[in-house]
Design a protein around this ligand. Structure first.
Ligand code: GRG
Length: 305
């Protein structure tokens, strides 16, 4: 539970309810998309998309949509699933032997260990255009005009590609064994993790046809919680074990610069708390600080995995 101005917000119940709705939206998305996938990739994709996860990106998207005055929550949920399809592909690829070579994620075997590297690599690749197609169709089903649909799809593409998540992953690989400066680490994570988290807020706001000021505030909130999320990931990697994380901690093994290696655990916690404060102020100043978005900001830093 978290408290805001004396009103308590049942975060765990909210997350559980929203997570279930996201699971349903993802199942529907797979029913529509998988028949088009080459046969051998289907089970790898189903595993990568349906096996656990906090579903934070779609939950943020739907919450931003609501805070910005959107009135079609089930349409927003269908749209939000496209963010999780991109996230799922990124984890399928990230765990491959040529990347992190991870046998476990979310406490379960990774897709390539069960379905093979080829099916996982190709299925993950097929998810990238499928996610964009799904976003485009979801916008049309919400009755958004084509120019808004294009803005949404462009936001998803920009966040996923070379200027966003994939670019950040490249910087991450180049940074192994190198001590990065704090600004370099911020840039890497703003791209690798922050871009898709921020796109979740941006896409929710766009679909709700938010005013420019509301869109700006939600994007600022996204930038701040995106970084706070990564600082927390580094703290968890340094302080938790495989049982709590559901995967092997790996930063130290890969000799990566992290917020913990550059700042230390306690200053990193303080930095994450400051970022949450900044996120809340951005929304507060625009009058759109919903209990859900406040609780989600706090959750990005107060989580066990
Ligand atoms: C083409 C080989 C190839 C790679 C594409 C893999 C890749 C580029 C990028 C991946 C970048 C990446 C793994 C970003 C996500 C980092 C991160 C913080 C993941 C964990 O997110 P959570 O905590 O996970 O939201 P859950 O399990 O809750 O879904």
């Amino acid at each position: 539970m978290t408290a805001r101005g004396g009103v308590s917000f049942a975060l765990n119940a909210f997350l559980e309810t929203e997570r279930k709705k996201v699971e349903e939206a993802l199942a529907e998305a797979l029913d529509e998309l998988l028949p088009e996938f080459p046969g051998p990739t289907r089970e790898a994709v189903r595993h990568g998309v349906t096996t656990g996860g906090k579903r934070l990106r779609p939950i943020l998207c739907v919450s931003a949509y609501g805070a910005a005055g959107g009135t079609d929550p089930s349409g927003a949920l269908r749209l939000a699933a496209s963010l999780e399809l991109i996230h799922a592909y990124s984890l399928m690829h990230d765990d491959l032997p040529c990347m992190d070579d991870a046998p476990l994620r979310r406490g379960r075997p990774t897709p390539h260990t069960l379905h093979g590297e080829e099916a996982t690599m190709l299925g993950g690749a097929a998810l990238i255009p499928a996610a964009h197609l799904h976003a485009w169709r979801a916008c049309a089903r919400m009755g958004l005009d084509e120019s808004m649909g294009r803005q949404v799809v462009r936001a998803l593409a920009a966040a996923s590609g070379g200027e966003g998540m994939v670019g950040g992953q490249v910087l991450d690989l180049l940074g192994e064994g190198v001590e990065l400066k704090l600004e370099e680490l911020d840039r890497l994570h703003a791209m690798k993790t922050g871009a898709l988290l921020t796109a979740s807020l941006r896409i929710g706001a766009l679909a709700a046809e938010a005013s420019p000021a509301t869109l700006r505030a939600l994007v600022e909130y996204g930038h701040a919680i995106g970084l706070a999320f990564q600082v927390t990931d580094d703290i968890l990697d340094a302080t938790s074990d495989v049982g709590a994380l559901g995967k092997e901690p790996s930063d130290a093994d890969l000799a990566k610069s992290t917020y913990v290696s550059l700042l230390g655990v306690e200053p990193a916690r303080a930095a994450a708390d400051d970022l949450v404060q900044r996120a809340l102020e951005a929304l507060g100043a625009s009058g759109i600080l919903s209990p859900a978005l406040e609780a989600l900001a706090r959750y990005t830093v107060h989580r066990a995995h």
